[in-house]
Ligand binder design. Structure first.
Ligand code: ASP
Length: 356
């Protein structure tokens, strides 16, 4: 006979053998300290499916989280409360500075968690990975389902993100994403599904690790390279992405250069290809000193980085730099930071090679 679940649950809770398996909670004073920086997103939204959307502050999200007092002692900061489409490159710089300042001022912290909308989470996380010079982890998380939804993922993601940020094993691994129990390197992670809770993937390199119920487990080290110093960066240079497709001409490239783009990333077909007219416009942009990175619109695979120059009539002229296996939105972040240090495509190519 199969008993209905509602009858089984009280019996299970009372079973001494099963109760004995759950670990005794650590005394609060022994728990690691984690600072949470909240920026908004679906994790902090209500009424997502209709009507006027509501916002939930980080203190309320933490208060509502079951068993928070078994994971970490938290402090929290409401940096913003916006959809991630409203997060700007200027906010990346402010956020990186705020996190670096907090880590510097608080040697007691084990790590930092950032809550963020999932749509552009991968860009913010990669920017933090490239700029926050501290061995303590920065773990970015969010939710695919709103705070008042059904079967919501926000509390689980936040709980596991705190566990990862509190874990000594997470040190030296840079910025990471924690989504759907998986730990993804900021460099590798991408949102690969617009709606499902298992939206994030790391196509070329796979998960960094997992946050299992028994513990946080890392499988490998992430690719890391010299970081960028923001101390003298007033504003990030304009870098745009152009998409290649059959019949694409040079209109978008020319317009973006006219709008002041200092760099362009081409989401090329296959291994970075473009129709001829678009390629001619890219050559015009290169001659004007715009640095162009050639990526792939496929979502996986690589475009060889190359040297950033090619030989024409015996002389070296600027050429596109391949994105390697960075996707186009990640290549844009790296190019923006690279352009804060150089406009020479050869030097940009060296930076892209280091980050493969
Ligand atoms: N629109 C939301 C955002 O990125 C989506 C999410 O958080 O999942 O802010």
């Amino acid at each position: 006979m199969r008993l209905p679940l509602r009858l089984l649950l009280p019996a299970l809770a009372a079973a001494p053998a099963l109760r004995a398996q759950s670990p005794a909670p650590a005394p609060a004073a022994a728990l690691p300290r984690v600072h949470v920086v909240a920026t908004g997103g679906t994790i902090a939204s209500t009424n997502y499916y209709g009507g006027e959307q509501g916002k939930v502050g980080i203190e309320a999200l933490l208060k509502a989280m079951p068993a928070l007092d078994t994971v970490a002692r938290t402090s929290a900061q409401q940096f913003a409360n916006v959809a991630s489409t409203a997060v700007t490159p200027a906010m990346w710089v402010q956020l990186a500075r705020a996190i670096a300042d907090t880590l510097r001022a608080r040697p007691d912290l084990a790590g930092v968690v950032v809550t963020h909308g999932t749509d552009t989470m991968e860009e913010t996380a990669y920017f933090l990975d490239l700029t926050v010079a501290d061995p303590r982890p920065v773990v970015v998380t969010g939710a695919m389902r709103p705070a008042d939804g059904v079967g919501i993922d926000g509390p689980a993601n936040l709980m596991h993100a705190l566990r990862v940020a509190a874990s000594p094993a997470a040190r030296g691994r840079g910025a990471m994403l924690l989504m759907n129990d998986g730990i993804l390197a900021a460099r590798d992670a991408t949102k690969a599904n617009a709606v499902r809770p298992d939206a994030f993937e790391a196509p070329a390199r796979g998960l960094l690790g997992v946050a299992d119920p028994e513990g946080v487990v890392f499988h490998r080290l992430p690719q890391r390279a010299p970081l960028f110093d923001l101390s003298r960066v007033a504003e990030l240079p304009r870098v745009d992405v152009v998409f290649a497709y059959p019949g694409a001409d040079g209109a978008a490239v020319d317009a973006l250069v006219a709008a002041g783009a200092k760099g362009l990333v081409v989401a090329g077909v296959g291994r970075g290809g473009t129709p001829a007219a678009m390629g001619t416009a890219v050559d015009r942009a290169l001659r004007q000193g715009v640095v162009v990175v050639s990526g792939t619109r496929t979502g996986a695979g690589s475009v060889p980085v190359g040297r950033g120059v090619r030989t024409r009539e015996g002389a070296e002229v600027p050429a596109t730099v391949g994105s390697g296996d960075l996707n186009v939105q990640k290549a844009r972040v790296l190019l923006m930071l690279a352009l804060t240090t150089t406009n020479d495509p050869r030097a940009v190519a060296r930076i892209f090679a280091e980050h493969q």
